[in-house]
Design a protein around this ligand. Sequence first.
Ligand code: PLP
Length: 382
Amino acid sequence: MVGLEELSLADLRQRRSAKWRTYPPDVLPLPVAEMDFPVAKPVAEALRAAIDRSDLGYAGPDGGLAEALAGFAARRWGWRLDPGQVALAPEVGVAVVEVLRLLVRRGDQVVINPPVYDSFFPWMVEVGCQLVEVPMRRTGDGWALDLDGIQDAFRGGARVHLLCSPHNPTGTVHRREELERLAELAARYGVTVLSDEIHAPLTLPGASHHPFLSVSPEAAAHGMVFTSASKAWNLAGLKCAAIVTADQARRRLVERLPEELPWRIGHLGVLGGAAAFQDGEPWLDEVLGVLDHHRHYLAELLAARIPAIGYRPPEASYLAWLDCTALGLGDDPSAAFLERGRVALSSGPAFGRPGLGHARLNMGTSRQILAEAVDRMASALD
Ligand SMILES: Cc1ncc(COP(=O)(O)O)c(C=O)c1O
């Protein structure tokens, strides 16, 4: 099997996924959240075995994903989730949108914490709810939830809080006490917390992820967790995610999801996801080692080449949130990096108002490509 960082640029350019086909071939792409590593062996074997069986039909009722996720959650986070309370959906995006359709009526308020995953915004448009933005709070060199602001929003009538945990794009892993307090507030004001934990398996050394449903009885009663193997094992194209609940009322809500939903899930996504959660930890640990290196290596590269960029190594995942306000490149620095440096980053303003002057760089690649990306960014400033 090829080592994690051994795929060359020429190999990667053979890929037909969004990351590699959205830009012209002279652009180095580091935007959309896909990683450049070769697929994990147990996942490849599960997918190959399905192809060998010509087993490419609709997802069946028992692909083993719920049990595999429960095993992973117990080993990784000490979270004893009930596989009977896991429902599948084609992706986290579809799952959140469909759950919101059951929870809110047009115009109801939903809280988010920008800068935040850019797709949260169009998801809200799909559902027709009103966004209440409670930005992340700066804490010295990091970020935290603004719990007082969240309390005001809950008191003001918000029905749902769409939490990003760990937080994309800042890479913040929310502390247990913050999540406990959030759960208390949710219970007091009758708010449902939808916790998008898709990046959680990518929590890096030094931080501890706390699954929302595991932090307190209030969280279990007022929360729902959304997850998938798609970010951590790079399977986004296979289309499978999980919705986890821990109480009967939320479970009954999930039972009201559209009856066609199970037919829309990717069969290979279920099989690949089950293999990932069940047997993919050695590969994941290797990835975490590479990302742990890269987050510090990027700090060195930036200090040497573009010290005016503000950057704090993330506590989870492979996304670097770059404060480029001192570069004088305007609201969307990614435009200048693309046009003049031929390197594609995600546009900061797409993550909400606090993203003005920022860009997001995807570190899920080799150290050579990372260095090349910073070279290209520096050349855009010459
Ligand atoms: C926080 C977050 N949620 C959801 C997604 C998308 O997940 P899916 O493809 O399962 O909708 C992403 C993708 O980058 C993400 O960062």
